[in-house]
Design a protein. Structure first.
Length: 337
């Protein structure tokens, strides 16, 4: 069993821990928190050993009646791999800790690309992360774009990708970030950071991205225009997407016209926390004009990177190849709508 440490038990960390627990070849060795709160208590309630991420605050857990298993250093030393799910910028600071104990580490997309040996997307470049010491799982938006770019590039070739990202003001629990009563170019310059981030996965793809921030918390929505190297029929592209296990074609018969109904659907089908691990592509939006492909997709910012973290664990530990890992992850998590 691969012994996995999760440093940071927030939006991403708690989802990764549950996904790891579901895998037949992995075990959650423990999770680390900087302070006692409802998430720390939830970790204990789920049976995860809890570690103090900041030594000076360890007594706060005792004061809150929460038993800790030790300092984060002990957790990192004992683990086969650590998933750093701390807030943006903290992962880079933690890198020296992981190097000190010679423990391979995964970082999230909020970190700069140079924190790691490779930026990772399971569908696109799994092999690049095999046996790497430091791997960055790219952001939710970059993950969503990469899952579409990979099959299109392999099947038709890509001349140009243009993406407008309509982004939520904040996660539902991020009261300090949103919702906002505004529509903001974010950033006002072109490209947004997402295009260069896509190039950490696909260095040869010509991609431009624009970003808007809107008063919503549920999901991101992408408007995509991809100029392919050959003329295509929309029906063929729909068939291509339908064959991708982490792409969900939203049928017009479902009467799902936005992110709100997508989240309701996720709850109705029994998804934990209402998570949507797949890109949600409106089937009716997939259209073509010559070599130009157009479509809309929704990306659940809290969860689409979770299966990618699981696959990255197998890559850095050399436990499986891409096909085997993705299949195992999908089966264990119940991916596929």
């Amino acid at each position: 069993m691969i012994q996995v440490a999760v440093n940071g038990y927030g939006t991403i960390g708690k989802r990764v821990a549950d996904a790891v627990r579901a895998q037949p070849d992995m075990n959650v060795l423990g999770v680390a928190k900087t302070r006692p709160n409802f998430e720390a208590q939830a970790a204990l309630d789920r049976g995860y050993p809890l570690y103090a991420a900041v030594e000076e605050r360890a007594d706060q857990f005792d004061d809150a009646g929460m038993e800790i298993a030790g300092p984060v250093e002990a957790l990192v030393e004992a683990a086969d791999v650590v998933v750093d799910a701390t807030p943006s910028g903290i992962g880079a600071k933690n890198k020296t800790l992981y190097e000190e104990y010679d423990t391979p580490a995964l970082y999230q997309g909020g970190e700069d690309a140079d924190v790691a040996d490779v930026s990772f997307n399971a569908r696109s470049n799994y092999a690049d992360a095999v046996d790497a010491d430091h791997v960055r799982v790219v952001s939710c938006n970059t993950t969503g774009l990469s899952r579409v770019i990979a099959p299109l590039s392999e099947t038709y070739g890509i001349e140009k990708v243009r993406a407008t990202l309509v982004r939520r003001g904040g996660d539902p629990g991020q009261t300090s970030r949103g919702p906002i009563n505004d529509i903001l170019p974010n950033p006002v310059t072109v490209p947004s950071h997402h295009g260069p981030d896509v190039n950490t996965i696909f260095p040869d793809v010509d991609v431009d991205t624009l970003g808007l921030k809107v008063p919503a918390t549920l999901m991101h929505v992408h408007s995509l225009n991809v100029t392919l190297e050959t003329a295509v029929d929309a029906a063929d592209v729909r068939d291509l997407f339908a064959g991708e296990d982490r792409l969900f074609l939203v049928s017009d018969e479902f009467d799902i016209d936005g992110a709100g109904k997508l989240k309701e659907y996720a709850h109705d089908v029994g998804r934990p926390r209402g998570d949507l691990w797949e890109n949600c592509i409106w089937e009716e939006s997939v259209s073509t004009e010559g070599r130009d492909l157009y479509c809309f997709q929704a990306i659940h910012q809290e969860s689409d990177v979770v299966p990618e973290n699981v696959d990255a664990i197998r890559a850095v530990t050399g436990a499986a190849d891409a096909e085997e890992s993705v299949e195992t992850t999908n089966d264990a998590m119940g991916i596929g709508l």
